[in-house]
Design a protein around this ligand. Structure first.
Ligand SMILES: Nc1ncnc2c1ncn2[C@@H]1O[C@H](COP(=O)(O)OP(=O)(O)OP(=O)(O)O)[C@@H](O)[C@H]1O
Ligand code: NA
Length: 461
């Protein structure tokens, strides 16, 4: 630019006689101004060679990154891995990452769910600490040496103490150590003429688990056994547990749903036929799912419900139920402390007229509602994704129906989703590098907090 300015000064001096250019300044002042003119012109130019050399540098930098022994991971069992650069254009941006947003389920955790514990009526079933619970406790410097870990995987381990081998089918997604006690209640409920309240609750609880879901039993090609297939891993896990306990889902062919109660070897399994009347679907805004059935033997209407405690507490208002709710809260907290995913299970058993009454029955009201919402309005957009507005007519209708059913609390389920390998170590390294890590989840806050503590994301307070 300096050279250009000096040369243009020279030129001006040489051409000062050119009257048609109308120069009034001296060549020195003219050269001074020209300096800025050239500055503007050159500001637009980046030499092409510079671009090329930048690209070359990045290209070779990618190789150095791939050779970097510091970015080498030993994957146990699998093939070890070096860093793999897919796009060298992003090299320099890597160092600029400030925030990492991570989904909880499937990213921090394995998304392979195991049924661990439950609370029914006023008894809790299932013992031991989870890994997340122990990690959280360890970080809170509590005495963990006393708490023993129970880790019975039912895939390769028979139910403790049971002598009956035929009963125990393959049970994936179950890691439950009190089969005998819970199964005893189920037998009592089905075989005794006057079963205890606890036994009745256990039977209803397991029945709701088998019914309230969107699972389909399919026959495995090889083993010819029925296996459960579901879109939601939570649903699959709960249904597998009900199956494991002896309340088997045999067929779902809406409206026909068939259950089979398998009690013991000597006794014949009992078939139950249910007619599915309607399903009020789960959305992440509703945080609950309701399925209504008719028991074809008794004719009674069963409104089955499962969902997050924050939502369910609003629907369970009955005084006596509140007492049960209070005592269940303690277990809910325990389960959350262990990082377990909890769901509240509830049910109402109603007279057939609640559904069928030609004037006020919910069958009629549902039909009317479906008619009126046939033309979708803006407020319902995204209902299935849970992003509908507060005035969503579908949500309102569901709320009304669910409140009218006056469901009764049956119990709580607790499902374990283990942390993936090396998650705490990885997060610590992120934090050391001053990268802010966010965990995204729809789980209960307490559960999320304890998972956060277990994976080094949060400091225990
Ligand atoms: N199939 C289901 N039936 C009833 N309630 C459910 C079901 N699945 C989840 N819930 C409840 O709804 C809440 C929100 O679930 P959602 O799937 O939206 O969470 P999320 O954002 O996927 O969370 P995460 O990724 O941590 O699992 C859950 O915490 C649970 O209490
Ligand atoms: Na989820």
């Amino acid at each position: 630019m300096l050279v250009c300015a000096v040369l243009s000064g020279e030129w001006l001096a040489a051409n000062s006689g050119a009257w048609y250019l109308n120069y009034s300044q001296s060549p020195e002042v003219g050269a001074f101004y020209k300096f800025f003119t050239w500055f503007i012109i050159f500001a637009q130019f980046i030499p092409i060679s510079l671009l090329v050399s930048m690209e070359m540098v990045k290209y070779f930098q990618a190789f150095f990154m791939q050779w970097d022994i510091g970015m080498y991971a030993r994957l146990h069992g699998k093939q070890d891995k070096f860093c793999n650069v897919q796009n060298s254009g992003l090299n320099e941006e890597l160092g600029q990452v400030q925030y990492v947003f991570s989904d909880k389920t499937g990213t921090l955790t394995e998304n392979s769910l195991d049924f661990r514990k439950c609370y029914i009526g006023n008894e809790d079933f299932g013992q031991g600490d989870t890994e997340i619970g122990r990690a959280a406790k360890r970080r809170q410097e509590m005495d963990v040496s006393k708490s023993k870990s129970v880790n019975v995987r039912q895939d390769d381990f028979s139910a403790p103490g049971s002598t009956d081998t035929n009963l125990r089918h393959h049970a994936p997604h179950v890691n439950f150590d009190e089969y005998e006690r819970l199964h005893g209640y189920l037998i009592e409920a089905v075989t005794k003429p006057k079963p205890s309240l606890q036994a009745v609750l256990v039977r209803r609880f397991l029945t709701v688990l088998a019914l309230n879901n969107s699972c389909f039993p399919v026959q495995d090609e090889e083993t010819k056994e029925l296996v459960i297939r579901a879109a939601s891993p939570d649903d699959e896990c709960l249904t597998c547990f009900a199956n494991f306990m002896g309340v088997r889902l045999m067929e779902r062919n809406p409206p026909r749903v068939q259950l089979l109660l398998e009690l013991s070897e000597d006794e014949k399994a009992i078939q139950e036929q249910w007619e599915q009347l309607t399903e009020l679907e789960f959305t992440s805004k509703r945080k609950r799912m309701t399925v209504i059935f008719k028991n074809t033997t008794t004719g009674k209407i069963h409104v089955t419900m499962k969902g997050a405690d924050s939502e369910m507490v609003k629907l369970i208002e009955d005084k006596e139920q509140n007492k049960l709710w209070k005592s269940s809260e303690k277990y809910m907290n325990d389960y959350s402390e262990q990082g377990l995913r909890t769901l509240v299970i509830a049910e109402a058993v109603l007279e057939p007229s609640w559904w069928d009454d030609p004037d006020h029955g919910w069958r009629k009201r549902l039909a009317k509602h479906q008619e009126s919402t046939a033309i979708a309005s803006k407020s319902e957009a995204g209902h299935m994704r849970g992003s509908c507005e507060n005035s969503c007519r579908i949500c309102h209708f569901y709320d009304e129906l669910e409140a009218d059913a006056q469901v009764q609390l049956l119990g709580i389920t607790a499902i374990e989703d283990k942390l993936q390998d090396q998650v705490p170590e990885t997060i610590s390294k992120f934090l050391q590098a001053n990268i802010k890590v966010w965990m995204l989840t729809g789980d209960k806050q307490k559960t999320a907090e304890n998972i956060g503590i277990a994976c080094n994301l949060l400091e225990p307070c």
